[in-house]
Ligand binder design. Structure first.
Ligand code: CO
Length: 134
């Protein structure tokens, strides 16, 4: 069911500072920031060749990233994103296997303009998993 690793996401308290670190210190290509109000985040993507790193900064009062940064003030790994062929088929199969889908269980459009879903970290070794339709 899983295809490629699309990205690893890191929550950061200061997106400009994190962008500068990846661009200037690590010498990576970093995208322009994208504001995603529906997800409560502002993101940039770092191109590392075989995959991407998504840097996430909280956006708004109810951002799901704010609580994470409360526990991890200097930032930290937030989720991994795997590509799937058909997100509804993947969701139904996972639900049938007992996995919990976050939110209302319906895909939202993610940062790449494609449908995404998040799976409960307690069902996946303590790691929040994002699925993105290819
Ligand atoms: Co992501």
């Amino acid at each position: 069911m899983l295809d490629r690793l699309n990205h690893v996401a890191i929550a950061v308290p200061d997106l400009d500072a994190a962008t500068a670190t990846y661009r200037d210190t690590l010498g990576a290509a970093v995208s322009a920031p994208q504001v995603l109000p529906e997800h409560g985040v502002t993101v940039v993507f770092v191109d590392v060749g075989n995959t991407k790193i998504e840097l996430l900064e909280p956006l708004g009062q109810d951002s799901p990233i704010a609580a994470f940064l409360g526990k991890n003030p200097s930032g930290g790994m937030h989720h991994v994103c795997y590509e799937v062929d058909d997100i509804l088929v993947a969701r139904d199969r996972l639900k049938a296997a007992g996995a919990r889908v976050l939110g209302d269980g319906e895909p939202k459009i993610g940062a790449h303009g494609k449908p995404v879903l998040f799976l409960h970290p307690k069902d996946f070794s303590g790691t929040l998993v994002e699925l993105e339709q290819r």
